[in-house]
Design a protein around this ligand. Structure first.
Ligand code: HEC
Length: 121
């Protein structure tokens, strides 16, 4: 008879990798995201992430919009978003409909790395 743990040795890694793999799969590449930001986002959000049009949020703010989880921000960047009382909406994909899901993950990784919670000024 097989030892009791032979089945567990199979199933436990399966469960562990099954839950981790999808997250790893959509991980963004901040380097690629930088190029996307400068093409599709910078006009409204600015080089410094502080926003260059009325209504654009300050991405540097410590307790600002970037404290939301990736899932929320990816959804808002993809489909557009307007908060209550805001003078202007975030357009879907920043108006660049050719952006892929991977592009959105990349650009989010970039804004987190470059702006998120990094306001030391
Ligand atoms: C035409 C101007 C414009 C462009 C281009 C634009 N944004 Fe925005 N973005 C906004 C505005 C305005 C808001 C604030 C919307 C509100 O709060 O109603 C916003 C909000 C956001 C937010 C915060 C959402 C939240 O949870 O409150 C994120 C993150 C964001 N934009 C990322 C991006 C990224 C990434 C790109 C490029 C792919 C981009 N934006 C392109 C105008 C723009």
């Amino acid at each position: 008879m097989k030892p009791w743990y032979s089945l567990h040795a199979f199933i436990i890694p399966l469960i562990v990798f099954g839950t981790l793999a999808p997250k790893a799969g959509i991980a963004g590449d901040a380097k690629k995201g930088a190029a996307i930001y400068s093409q599709s986002c910078v006009a409204c959000h600015g080089i410094d992430g502080k926003g260059s049009i009325p209504g654009a949020p300050d991405l540097m703010a410590k307790n600002g919009v970037l404290k939301s989880p990736d899932s929320v921000l990816i959804e808002r960047i993809t489909n557009g978003y307007q908060s209550k009382g805001s003078p202007m909406a975030m357009p879907p994909k920043g108006g660049n409909s050719s952006l892929t899901t991977q592009d959105i993950s990349d650009v989010l990784a970039y804004i987190r790395q470059r702006f998120g919670g990094t306001d030391k000024r």
